[in-house]
Design a protein around this ligand. Structure first.
Ligand SMILES: [Zn+2]
Length: 281
């Protein structure tokens, strides 16, 4: 039994169909990236106050009053054919002008067992109660506080890891990764990402083709090879560093050699809760 709880409330459909019912108004009530990123996973304030209307209900009024709304203009990359285009207006679905595929723009919260295929250009949140198994998920950003096994999960932009999250490295694809405060991860084999944002505790042999940011109160141990590093005041950094054109070159080479199974593909990662994150000042 799958339980996708869309913004707008639970129970829009009895789950009898494999396709996800999209009721009108959903898109207007999404929590957008850039929301309260450092809130804990059980914080559910993004749930809209307006009840979900039946399909066909005009979403306009809800959109106008929603606290967070879709941007009126957004750049879209079709997840079926890769075609890129701009979309103006608020909506929860559209069609690719090239391949005509129906594209989902809504955000989803997975709050229970999930064993299905879900593709969206919105954000997918897997809460601490979410258990994803034998599923295929694709979203622009993925928030992971729950557990993922035997699944393929792809964030085309950023994966955000909450304390308590569990996943297998090879099953998860994301160019950017963010580790929130209160979580600790050890990557046993080298890790390659574009941008890495650490507010928790990370132990890794890290290759980064973008920017590595170690936040105040965060702790990083291991090594970093890449071109750009930001260390906030109050961060702990105990690592071998090569932040230079050479370091970036190493990261780019690592990326180029990563075909097929990435190193550590079978590695099970548990984001251990840290008892007390270091004071941020
Ligand atoms: Zn397309």
């Amino acid at each position: 039994m799958s339980e996708y709880r869309q913004r707008g409330g639970a129970g829009s459909g009895d789950g009898a169909t494999p396709s996800l019912p999209l009721s009108a108004g959903i898109g207007s009530n999404l929590q957008r990236p850039g929301g309260p990123r450092f809130r804990s996973s059980q914080d559910n304030r993004a749930t809209p106050s307006t009840p979900a209307g039946p399909p066909g209900t005009a979403p306009a009024a809800a959109s106008a009053s929603a606290r967070t709304t879709l941007p009126t203009k957004q750049h879209i990359r079709c997840y079926e054919c890769g075609y890129e285009f701009n979309l103006t207006g608020r909506m929860s679905t559209t069609h690719c002008p090239k391949c005509r595929a129906a594209l989902d723009l809504a955000g989803y919260t997975i709050d229970a067992d999930c064993r299905e295929t879900l593709k969206t250009l919105g954000k997918i949140k897997i809460t601490a109660r979410g258990v994803v198994a034998s599923a295929q998920l694709l979203g622009t950003d993925v928030d992971l506080a729950g557990k993922v096994t035997d699944s393929s999960v792809e964030a085309t932009r950023e994966l955000t890891l909450f304390p308590g999250a569990e996943f297998t490295r090879g099953n998860f694809k994301a160019p950017d990764i963010k580790l929130l405060a209160g979580g600790e991860i050890t990557f046993q084999s080298p890790a390659l990402y574009r941008n890495v944002d650490v507010a928790g505790v990370l132990n890794a042999q890290l290759y980064a083709t973008g920017v590595v940011t170690i936040r105040a109160g965060a702790r990083f141990t291991g090594s970093i090879r890449g071109g750009r590093l930001v260390v906030e005041d109050g961060a702990v950094l105990d690592a071998t560093l090569n932040i230079s054109p050479d370091g970036l070159d190493e990261a780019e080479q690592m990326k180029a050699t990563m075909t097929g199974a990435a190193p550590g593909a079978g590695e099970r990662i548990v984001v251990k809760p840290v008892a007390e994150p270091a004071p941020a000042s």
